[in-house]
Design a protein around this ligand. Structure first.
Ligand code: ADP
Ligand code: MG
Length: 236
């Protein structure tokens, strides 16, 4: 269901705008697995955008990331590549609980992220899902206890952390907060702080935003530890 709905969303988006500016730096020169590289190549991702070449190397090294770049600059791969690699390097399985959570402000954006993940992660045996409400909580509860990676809206993720008995986020390796400015604009401050309270502090956190205004700064201070800051300001 996630995949179906995001396919149409991706199509609309592709038609509406041209691609981002690319650097001369290549995905194949990153220290990443053949599986991920093949997934990237299958989607015709060869050269990196500026935010990707800035954020992916330190993220692969384990650093927290505070990434600022405009809409359309390629932030999705800037976090998906390191997150997928991180789970693969540790041979993460369904038995290990939740390995990574990606928080997105809206259902549509969550579906789009899930679609890109399905494409670049096709060579991995990764149990992934998106939880954005719309299905019954009970139905989702069965599924989430087996997920290694989740793409979620803030409210629904918190609901599962609070209420789903088999849902174990105590081993979580990585948290991604995407479109942090919109998450804050939509009034999810409290929700995000509760989510952070549920997660282990020894984790990697990647926060991306088009702008870093006041409430995003507060969230980043609460969520990140000594982040590498990557700001792409020109119209890349
Ligand atoms: P953002 O999250 O910053 O708004 P996206 O990650 O949604 O940007 O990417 C915007 C568009 O650029 C998408 O259509 C995506 O497929 C395309 N894109 C991203 N990275 C690359 C790349 N390295 N090479 C070619 N196209 C890319
Ligand atoms: Mg995005």
């Amino acid at each position: 269901e996630c995949a179906e709905r995001s396919r149409s969303a991706a199509k609309e988006k592709d038609g509406a705008q041209k691609g981002p500016a690319l650097t001369g730096r290549l995905f194949k020169d990153l220290p990443i697995s053949q599986r991920t590289l093949q997934g990237l190549e299958a989607s015709q991702y060869v050269k990196m955008t500026e935010i990707q070449s800035g954020a992916i190397p330190p993220a692969l090294f384990g650093r927290d990331i505070l990434g600022e770049a405009r809409t359309g600059s390629g932030k999705t791969l800037a976090f998906l590549v390191p997150v997928v690699e991180s789970l693969y390097r540790r041979r993460w399985s369904k038995m290990d609980g939740l390995g990574a959570a990606i928080v997105s402000p809206t259902r549509e954006l969550a579906y789009q992220i899930f679609q890109v993940l399905s494409n670049i992660g096709q060579g991995h045996e990764l149990s992934a899902g998106c939880i954005v409400g719309g299905r019954s909580l009970e139905e989702e509860q069965k599924a989430v206890s087996e997920m290694s990676l989740l793409v979620a809206t803030p409210g629904r993720l918190l609901q599962h952390l609070d209420e789903s008995p088999g849902f174990d986020a105590s081993n979580l390796l990585a948290l991604v907060i995407d479109e942090a400015d919109r998450i804050m604009d939509f009034g999810f401050q409290e929700t995000m702080h509760h989510i952070l309270g549920h997660l282990p502090s020894a984790r990697q956190t990647l926060l991306f935003s088009a702008t870093l205004h006041g409430s995003v700064h507060r969230l980043s201070r609460a969520a990140l530890r000594a982040p590498e800051v990557i700001s792409v300001h020109h119209d890349a």
